[in-house]
Design a protein around this ligand. Sequence first.
Ligand code: S3P
Length: 197
Amino acid sequence: MSADEKRVSLDVDPEALEQIRQQSIVLVGLMGAGKTTVGRRLAEALKMPFMDADHEIEVAASLKVSEIFEKYGEDHFRDGERKVISRLISGKPCVLATGGGAFMNDETRAIIKKTAVSVWLKAELELLLERVLRRDTRPLLKSGVPRDILGKLMDERYPIYSEADVVVESGDGPHSRVVNAITSALAKWCASKGATS
Ligand code: S3P
């Protein structure tokens, strides 16, 4: 597919687009929800820089996420995750895909809420499962049956993810549909914020 074919045409007007571009957009949600893939397409459509928190953590630590978990444990990873996310969203507005646990950390969530607009990419268990089973790089899925682990994480995390500013269903349709759903929801969010400020 060429870059032009990949480019998503957005349904929102230029003024709304300009407002959306004023702050960083942070994608949250479970592993397999499509935060990185959709985030990249969203950034392209909005002409904003794209960042992936897990990738930036790996660069900063010179280690893979799974190696950080193995060598230093999850708490150490969460600490680095908070620092990296804080650094990334305090710069020029960008689209940032975060790892599934980032928004669960009280401090990280507070930084995101204060500095950026958060978007929960919500997906059904079957879709998440199908996607996460394509790779075996996720440390949290190694300690048991992935379906059970994901189900438990859904129970624990969905009430917190629902604190995101915007919630968008991430189905298995074309990415352009999700990108458009996000920008339309963000346009509404910007308008409602403008109306109350
Ligand atoms: C995690 C999700 C992973 C990664 C780490 C922990 C989580 O990112 O940050 O393995 O706690 O859900 P993805 O959501 O991109 O898979």
